[in-house]
Design a protein around this ligand. Structure first.
Ligand code: 5GP
Ligand code: ZN
Length: 114
């Protein structure tokens, strides 16, 4: 069994509330939501963070962003707007070292983020 919790979610050995899945990526509800809608979009392949991506990862990165919009739209967020966040490194708030895009909506967000 993988030590990475998001790899375990991909494997199905850790439960999650999935909203989208295909051969390359998975989207599911964050267990500790920071907005009315808070989804995570991840590649199935283990990539620790945005700091680890290579030029060869361009297709999966583009795909993940497309799916961010798809799940946000399906959650009814397009009209009001939504936020997509990639925390990269511990100082930026990354706690799970498997690349993930936060898709959040359903409330007003401030800028700059804390
Ligand atoms: P980070 O802080 O790395 O940017 O985001 C990690 C996110 O993963 C957090 O928002 C946290 O709530 C979420 N998370 C951590 N463990 C689990 C889990 O076991 N299941 C789900 N669905 N989300 C998790
Ligand atoms: Zn992983």
């Amino acid at each position: 069994m993988s030590e990475c919790i998001f790899c375990r979610i991909v494997e199905g050995t850790l439960p999650s509330k999935r909203v989208y899945e295909d051969d390359e990526c998975l989207a599911f509800h964050d267990v500790n939501p920071q907005a009315r809608v808070h989804l995570l979009v991840i590649p199935k392949r283990h990539i620790p963070s945005l700091a680890d991506v290579q030029l060869s990862d361009r297709p999966i990165l583009g795909h993940l962003l497309t799916i961010c919009h798809r799940v946000a739209d399906e959650a009814g967020l397009t009209a009001q707007g939504y936020r997509v966040v990639i925390n990269t490194g511990a100082a930026a708030g990354q706690t799970v070292f498997h690349l993930h895009f936060h898709v959040m909506g359903g409330r007003t967000f401030r800028w700059p983020p804390g």
